[in-house]
Design a protein around this ligand. Sequence first.
Ligand SMILES: Nc1nc2c(ncn2[C@@H]2O[C@H](COP(=O)(O)OP(=O)(O)OP(=O)(O)O)[C@@H](O)[C@H]2O)c(=O)[nH]1
Ligand SMILES: [Mg+2]
Length: 643
Amino acid sequence: MHCHGTESTQHTRSDYDVLLVGNPNVGKSVIFHKLTGRYADVSNYPGTTVDILTGKIKSLNLTVADLPGMYSLFSITEEERVAKDIILNSKPKVIVNVVDAKNIERGLPLTLQLLETSFNVILVLNAVDEAEKAGMVIDEKKLEERLGIPVIKTVAVKGKGIKELLKKIEELSKTRLEKRTFKFSPALEGAIKEAESLITQESTISKKLLAILALSNDRDVIEKLSIDEEKLSELRRKMGRSIAYLLAMEYQRLSEELLKDAVVQIEKKRRIYDKINELSLNPVTAIPMSIAALYFLYLFAGVIGAQIMVDAIESWYETIINVPLNTWLESSIPNYWIRELIGGEYGVITLGLRYALAIIFPIVTMFFLAFSILEDSGFLPRMAMLLDRLFKKIGLSGRAIIPMVLGLGCGTMAVIVTRVLESRRERIIATLMLAVAIPCSAQLGIILGIVPDSFALAVWAFSVFTILLAIGLLAGKYLPGEAPSFYMEIPPLRIPSLSNIVMKTVSRLEWYFKEVLPIFLLISVAIWVGRITTVFDLVVGLLGRPAEVLGLPPKMGEIFLYGFFRRDYGTAGLYDLVSGGLLDYNQTIVSMVVLTLFVPCIAQFSVIGKERGWKFAVITALTALTIAFTAGFIVREVLEVLL
Ligand SMILES: Nc1nc2c(ncn2[C@@H]2O[C@H](COP(=O)(O)OP(=O)(O)OP(=O)(O)O)[C@@H](O)[C@H]2O)c(=O)[nH]1
Ligand SMILES: [Mg+2]
């Protein structure tokens, strides 16, 4: 997953020399990094890469694409479809098929499918360190002979085997391998032959593969080759069983044949690992472990980030930068408006840069750091499994836990990651929940930083959680469509690697700076222009109305406006109000609730528009606005009665 979709949405026409293809979570992105030197996000759960990332092997002058994980070419999820499109539409010189050595049997069906494309394939057995620890002995020479393609063992994280891989890539980029064919049962072969006869157009992809795709009802292929649909469905009827079932049986048979005597399992127990793994899968112990994990996130972002670090950096910024800057401006720049652009209450440096550097930066850094550790440990998918039953009630599957928890980091990123969900319905529900009720790390951090006491925190958490649940329940009930099925491979538990955590945090922060810092500065300028033209006062006055109804000071109108530019900008403003003593106890709670639920920020809004459609984005924003003010009103009324 990379933070912004800008990377690569128009990729269908591009030709890549080398494609990295394989099941999710097998180490493709680590290998991509080793080959190209370009860092791609690496995490210990399936679905880390949802977009195509491209780079170059400089020494060989070959372009490489790191594809999202896929189980087969007969795609189900959106990211699988993205990967399939690339494989079918670019003409790679080499496909590097990465397979997790300890799950080699599960990886082979895709390998066999890739062989059908008629492109050169290299089979990479990655993470052999773990396979060996689990007692597997793999004879790669035997596999090589049987498959008729090069097979290379690697431990990507340690760089082992990468040299050999590079050598093979170089070799195969210059020649074309003779392909071995693998035969299915006569009945299946017969049906495929008949489907082949319906394809009249020429293509670089083998007709057999296209026929299989057509039989499995691949819309892209059927439409592109304009295959007679009636004849296709007649063929399907004649087959008796679904092609997916028949293929699965055949692939299992072929894989068993291929692996016979080539992979041997020796008895070996890993006592400590097995014990911890067991505990992490048993609900009785896993629930406290999940709570501990969330507490750990809170400790990092909320306590260390928002309280300790923000306090320190803020006061430092104030004394080192704001005060001397304003004194200097007073004495040397006579023009009021120029002074106000740079300094004063709303200046680019005194407000924009201060929010970005002194308030948001420490919080997101700590959050990304903690989140990276969670990601690498393999703990998140275990939480997904636990929460699956609960999530079913709100129309989601446990898989949604990853975008949801990521949403606690950055909602914009998380909306992109909802691509890992299976159906459009699920993606819509998750997007709604993210846009309305899941606070991002900066918001969360600040809220945890300003919350007056634990009662206030409980009121806030209860309100937000109730709304979250209500949205999920209503959407799950009224949105048409099937309830999702849950299938997610549980990755092994791993000790997070320091270098990956640092790299990941740095790459996310880099994104944050590129995307956020300029926006913060632009907002300051926009506010400045707005103030000169008095538009600012007008909008703030307008937003001050609902604030007034909620019993909040008119200054809150300003904060709401900030909140639309960026949610964290809004909460940073709230931080200012609270530390300035401008809000009383009840007002603080109401503001916390309203700002959390308030419209998605501009960045998130535009990503929602791109991913789900602009109409949906507008409806979402209006819904959020309504919910935010209504909830604020209710909380206020209840607090008045209680306190
Ligand atoms: N022990 C071990 N772990 C590895 C090895 N290669 C990768 N990993 C770990 O496997 C996990 C997945 O790596 P990624 O590179 O993100 O996998 P991917 O195939 O790109 O995954 P998706 O993008 O989700 O499809 C990470 O936790 C890596 O640190 C290896 O050779 N040995
Ligand atoms: Mg990846």
